[in-house]
Write a protein that binds this ligand. Structure first.
Ligand code: GDP
Ligand code: ZN
Length: 303
C-alpha cells in the first residue's frame, strides 16, 4: 500500500502538526523549513488545512509540503491588534450555542459570532439550548428574528433530549466549529448527542491554561459517523479579523438594502441626519436589538 500523500491538520503543537490521513491515528508532520519562511500568518499551517505531505522523508515524522487552497477561514485579531490569528480553516458551519434561560438569552454574542462566521465564509447555525426552561413566548420570537435573517435555528434541551436528532443531522458530514458562552450547555449537548464518544468539550481550554507556551489554538475531533467538531478556546474573545467600522454593515444582512442610501457616504448610522438605516429602524425593518449589537460592535472596532 502506498503511503498517504495528503490529509487534514487536526491539531498543532509547538513542534508537530497532527495530520489525519484517514487512518486510526493521525500522522505527525513538521513543516519543511524553507517553505514557510514568510512571516505572514496566512502562510502558516492552521488546524483545518488540507495539506500535501511526504511521509517517506523522515522516520519519526513526515513533512508538510503544501497547503491546499482554503475554502473558509475563521480568524481573530491578535491581542496586539493588527495581526491575524487563524483559528481554523475549511470549516463549513459555526454553531452558536445560546441558552434560552440560565443564563438569560442575550443577542450580543450571537450577533458578533454571526459577523465572524460571515466574514470567514462559514454558515451560522444558532442552537437555542435549555428549551426545557423556556416557554414558547420566549423562544419563538428569537427563532423568528434569526430565521427571517436567513439563518438556521434549532431548539434543544441537552437534559431533556429535545432536538438532538435534528442537531446530529446538521453536524453529520460537516466540519462544525463550536462556540458560545460558558454555561450555555455546550459540553452537555455534545455528551447527549454522542454518549459513547470520549471527547470532552473544553479540554482544549484546560490544556492551554496549563502551559503558557502551548500553541493549541484549536483542535478538530472526528465525529463518530462522519464530519468533525472543532473546539477552540480562542473563540471566546473573538474579535473578527478584517472587519472595520466601515465594512461592519455588510455583515448585518438586513442593513444591506439601505446601503448607499444615507445622506453621507461614510455614515456610521448613528449620529448623522437622513440615515436610511435609522429610518429602517424607525419603521421596524431593522430590529432594535440587532441595531444595538451593531453599535456595540462598531464601538469595539478601531476607528
Ligand atoms: P458549557 O460551559 O457550555 O459546556 O455548559 P455545560 O454543558 O457545562 O452546562 C452548564 C450547566 O447547564 C450544567 O449545570 C448543565 O447541567 C446545565 N444544562 C446544560 N444543558 C441544559 C439543558 O438543556 N437544560 C437545562 N435545564 N440545563 C442544562
Ligand atoms: Zn446611515
Amino acid at each position: 500500500m502506498p503511503l498517504p500523500d495528503s490529509g487534514v491538520v487536526i491539531k498543532r503543537t509547538r513542534s508537530f502538526y497532527y495530520v489525519d490521513v484517514g487512518e486510526a491515528s493521525p500522522r505527525l508532520c513538521r513543516i519543511r523549513g524553507n517553505l514557510f519562511e514568510s512571516s505572514k500568518y496566512d502562510q502558516r499551517v492552521a488546524v483545518g488545512d488540507h495539506v500535501r505531505i511526504d511521509l517517506n522523508a523522515s522516520e519519526d515524522a513526515g513533512w508538510i509540503l503544501e497547503i491546499l487552497p482554503r475554502h473558509t477561514k475563521l480568524s481573530r485579531r491578535s491581542r496586539e491588534g493588527e495581526t491575524e490569528q487563524i483559528l481554523v480553516t475549511n470549516a463549513e458551519v459555526l454553531m452558536i450555542v445560546a441558552a434560552l434561560r440560565r443564563p438569560e438569552f442575550r443577542s450580543g454574542m450571537v450577533d458578533r459570532m454571526i459577523v465572524a462566521a460571515l466574514r470567514g465564509g462559514l454558515r451560522p447555525l444558532l442552537v437555542l439550548n435549555k428549551c426545557d426552561l423556556a416557554s414558547e413566548e420566549i423562544w419563538a420570537p428569537i427563532r423568528e428574528v434569526y430565521e427571517s435573517l436567513g439563518y438556521e435555528v434549532l431548539r434543544t434541551s441537552a437534559t431533556q433530549a429535545i432536538g438532538l436528532q435534528e442537531l446530529r443531522d446538521r453536524l453529520q458530514g460537516k466540519t462544525t466549529v463550536l462556540s458560545g458562552h460558558s454555561g450555555v450547555g455546550k459540553s452537555s449537548l455534545i455528551k447527549a448527542l454522542y454518549p459513547d464518544w470520549s471527547i470532552r468539550v473544553g479540554d482544549v481550554n484546560r490544556k492551554v491554561g496549563k502551559g503558557r507556551h502551548t500553541t493549541v489554538l484549536a483542535e478538530m475531533f472526528a465525529l463518530p459517523e462522519s464530519g468533525y467538531l472543532v473546539d477552540t478556546p480562542g473563540i471566546r474573545e473573538l474579535e473578527p479579523f478584517g472587519v472595520t467600522r466601515e465594512t461592519l454593515g455588510q455583515y448585518f444582512v438586513e442593513f444591506t438594502p439601505f446601503e448607499g442610501q444615507c445622506r453621507f457616504a461614510r455614515c456610521s448610522h448613528q449620529h448623522e441626519p437622513d440615515c436610511a438605516v435609522k429610518e429602517a429602524l424607525g419603521s421596524g425593518a431593522i430590529l432594535q436589538r440587532r441595531y444595538e449589537s451593531f453599535v456595540a460592535l462598531w464601538e469595539s472596532l478601531e476607528a
